[in-house]
Design a protein around this ligand. Structure first.
Ligand code: NAP
Length: 456
């Protein structure tokens, strides 16, 4: 109940802030939420070292802010704050559950209790959603948290914690430690190994997830991992081609292709391949406008940083060298240093880089297939299992394929599957645990079993 009240106050305050800022006529709609200090123990603070690191706009590489470059000592302070705040915050929410007893002399109860301080490490690609999905569940369970946002996007985390502070969350319940890439490994290690931390929730690459998993092993810490994907997008011959093209445009180009559930391996049944690829090419040519996201008509922005741009360029070049055809694009865009052309590759084979790796950019890789068995086998031939999409109007095929795909999430005749109500997460090397839905809270609670005997 207390959490609901806090959230309600946050919404009211948020509306008020919005109105004030619009009235002030700022170019930035929420200018008062732009912070250049970290947030620990209810205070806006600098790094103990006084060091800062810059935050840039990827559309033009200009520095827009500088935030504290925090180290292990700052992170320790954040963990101590969260630990102290947990002693009271844990009592704000509770749910009990009573089970059927096998004997009339006993009653059986399961208490759900918060695990304690939760560390959260998040990526840059959805900087608000990645934090709120974790923090919302943790706070509702009665946990306190220490959040380390990505180096590329610390400002969103600081804006979110500003709203939380205005809504009345007590000092220490939510802490944000900003840090540059150079300090991240040491800070991340402490967030996994501190005896005051009960668990960690991470969203990011499988490679880093593996490191954190290992670091949590010695303390047997609770861990939730939302990792990389390599989503197949299958268009069967019975599909409604128009809606399959629509679905792919969303599943591929949202956030310029930089989403963990982006469609990556596009499989189209041979009978409808030509029709589908022609409609797709037309949609990509006509409907995508590349530029700075501050312009309203733009729907494809830059990639986040130079490493990401080089990675996309390498994947395309290697695939083309291995025999893929370029239907559209294929090169860096002249819009700026971090832009890549919306691209369609054809004649792709399974061994090519664009099928083996998560592209994380605005590149479509098309492959023709003959039958359902072949498509399902190709889709499952991956160490990842985050999201899958398929289009079919054949009801039996819908169930057959949905049952067989090795994936935590499946979009059937739908390209946009993310929603707070959905249980988000992967299988295989795409992660452990779920976020969102009523299941998202499980990672932040222990189940305590109580047996009350001696009832006459
Ligand atoms: P990343 O390199 O793994 O970074 C993610 C976060 O981990 C950042 O905050 C990063 O900090 C931090 N980090 C890096 N090295 C670390 C270390 N040694 N110890 C502790 N923390 C460390 O991932 P990314 O490239 O930013 O994000 C893209 C990946 O995330 C893709 O693979 C994508 O599929 C995945 N992703 C998955 C989901 C999901 O829900 N399954 C959602 C979104 C993204 P710095 O920024 O300071 O390096």
């Amino acid at each position: 109940m207390a959490v609901l009240n806090y959230l309600r106050t946050a919404l009211i305050h948020h509306k008020h802030t919005l109105m004030m800022e619009v009235l002030k006529g700022h170019g930035l709609r929420y200018a008062s939420l732009l912070h250049q200090e970290a947030y620990i123990g209810g205070k806006w603070v600098s790094a103990a070292s006084g060091k800062l690191f810059p935050v840039t706009n990827p559309a033009n590489s200009k520095v827009i802010a500088s935030v504290p470059d925090m180290e292990v000592t700052d992170t320790e302070a954040a963990i101590n704050s969260a630990y102290e705040a947990f002693q009271t915050w844990q009592t704000t929410t509770a749910r009990g559950e009573v089970a059927q007893s096998p004997a009339s002399s006993k009653e059986l109860f399961f208490l759900r209790q918060p695990i304690g301080v939760a560390s959260m490490i998040t990526p840059w690609n959805f900087p608000n959603a990645m934090i709120t999905r974790k923090a919302g569940a943790a706070l509702a369970a009665g946990c306190t948290c220490v959040i380390k946002p990505a180096e590329d996007t610390p400002l969103s985390a600081l804006a979110a914690v500003d709203l939380a502070e205005k809504a009345g969350f007590p000092p220490g319940v939510i802490n944000v430690v900003t840090t540059s890439r150079a300090n991240t490994p040491a800070v991340g290690k402490l967030m996994c190994t501190s005896p005051k931390v009960a668990g960690i929730s991470f969203t990011g690459s499988t490679a880093i997830g593996r490191v954190l998993y290992e670091q949590c092993a010695s303390g047997i810490k609770r861990i939730g991992l939302e990792l990389g994907g390599n989503a197949p997008f299958i268009v069967f011959s019975s599909a409604d081609v128009k809606s399959a093209v629509e679905g792919l445009m969303v599943a591929k180009f949202r956030n310029s292709g930089q989403a963990c559930i982006s469609a990556n391996r596009i499989l189209v049944q041979e009978e409808i391949y030509d029709k589908f690829s022609e409609a797709l090419e037309e949609a990509v040519r006509k409907r995508l406008t590349v530029g700075d996201g501050f312009n309203k008509e733009v729907n494809i922005g830059p990639l986040i940083n130079i490493n990401q741009l080089k990675r996309v360029e390498r994947i395309v070049n290697e695939s083309v060298a291995a025999g893929a055809g370029v239907v559209l694009g294929g090169k860096c865009h002249d819009m700026g240093d971090l832009f890549f052309q919306p691209t369609i590759l054809c004649n792709v084979t399974e061994d090519m880089a664009c099928f083996q790796e998560e592209i994380f950019g605005p590149v479509i890789a098309l492959k023709k297939f003959k039958c359902e068995e072949e498509a399902v086998n190709i889709a499952n031939a991956s160490k990842f299992g985050l999201a899958c999409y398929f289009y079919s109007q054949d009801v039996s095929q819908v169930w057959r394929v949905a049952r067989r795909l090795e994936s935590g999430m499946i979009g059937i005749n739908e390209g946009l599957i993310s929603t707070a109500e959905g249980a988000f997460g992967g299988v295989k090397q795409s992660g452990i645990g779920r976020e969102g839905s009523r299941h998202g809270i499980d990672d932040y609670t222990y189940l305590k079993y109580i047996c009350l005997g001696g009832i006459n």
